[in-house]
Design a protein around this ligand. Structure first.
Ligand code: NAP
Length: 283
């Protein structure tokens, strides 16, 4: 049976570091604050929002929610982003995506002030990740995966990491973060040949395919660390990931659960980035 890479012990350590930092900001008259912009009432957005609010509260970050109806016009969304950009009380902004189809995602990403981009959606943040200059913040989910591996002392340096998925939200930035940890990184996608074999060669396998329980026993080998980024709601309302947990846990050396793994780390990293954004701002 694989070791469980549960997020909560890692999150507790992060909170122990963050709380004094938010208190120090408060003593200087700064209340670290996250602005959340949500368009519509998608169940997965609501679920992530609940987790984000909880972690922010624990870290001493105030949350201000802006909720627009799912048929909101692009102008209304851009106007709210501009308001958040200008609001000196707001240090970080989280925009739930995917946005409804009438809204141009690229325009939204361009509109956000880079210094408030705590979830790494602007091209300035991406440039920071890909150039290794650390201007801006990486997206919270990839950063959370790396922090989970670090917490459990899973070696990355010199190890073979396979990232299953090449989205701009998870796969590509995570590959860059792993590269920075001196892993040897392979990025797989829907056109990869011999996928299961490539995955089996990894020391660290990250599943971010968005396909329910696609990573089965033949994708893994003994000793491997498996991080499951996927989130899917089953027919009975419970959650599962991109990995067939029951089968894979019998083979791999370590595996992150769903829920309680990558998703929990994501919300904690969001609180951390907001505090860092407040610390970086001049006041
Ligand atoms: P996405 O944009 O749909 O990207 C999926 C990636 O997987 C694509 O690169 C795609 O390849 C690849 N892929 C799809 N089917 C495949 C197959 N059969 N074989 C090999 N590769 C395949 O998804 P995403 O936004 O990266 O999200 C991935 C998962 O993570 C989802 O389950 C999502 O819900 C979850 N997620 C979780 C969090 C969290 O906080 N835990 C945050 C964000 C996302 P192509 O590029 O070739 O199409």
């Amino acid at each position: 049976m694989a070791d469980l890479l549960k997020a909560i012990p890692a999150v507790k350590g992060m909170m122990a570091d963050l709380k004094p930092r938010s208190e120090s900001l408060l003593r200087q008259g700064v209340q670290p604050t996250l602005g959340i912009l949500r368009v519509g009432e998608r169940e997965d957005d609501l679920s992530y929002e609940r987790g984000a609010v909880k972690r922010c509260e624990q870290a001493g970050v105030q949350v201000e929610k802006i909720i627009l109806p799912s048929d909101a016009a692009q102008e209304a969304v851009l106007a709210e982003i501009e308001r958040l950009n200008q609001d000196k009380r707001i240090h970080g902004v989280l925009i739930f995506r995917p946005l409804p189809p009438q809204i141009d995602d690229a325009a939204v990403c361009r509109a956000l002030a880079p210094e408030k981009d705590v979830d790494g959606i602007t091209s300035q943040s991406m440039a920071g990740i890909f150039s290794g200059t650390h201007t801006g913040f990486p997206p919270c989910t990839p950063q959370g995966c790396v922090e989970l591996l670090r917490h459990y002392h899973i070696p990355m340096k010199g190890k073979r990491a396979v990232v299953l998925g090449r989205s701009l939200v998870v796969g590509k930035p995570l590959s860059m973060l792993l590269l920075e940890e001196n892993a040897t990184v392979t990025i797989c996608h829907s056109r990869t040949e011999n996928l299961a074999q490539v995955c089996r060669e990894a020391d660290i396998l990250i599943a971010a395919v968005g396909k329910r329980e696609m990573v089965t026993a033949d994708f893994v080998r003994p000793g491997q660390a498996v991080i499951d980024v996927g989130i899917h709601v089953k027919e009975d309302g419970s959650l599962c990931g991109d990995v067939d947990f029951e089968a894979v846990k019998e083979i791999a050396g370590a595996i992150s659960p769903v829920p309680g793994g990558a998703g929990t780390m994501t919300a904690a990293v969001l609180a951390k980035h907001t505090i860092e954004a407040a610390e970086r701002m001049e006041f």
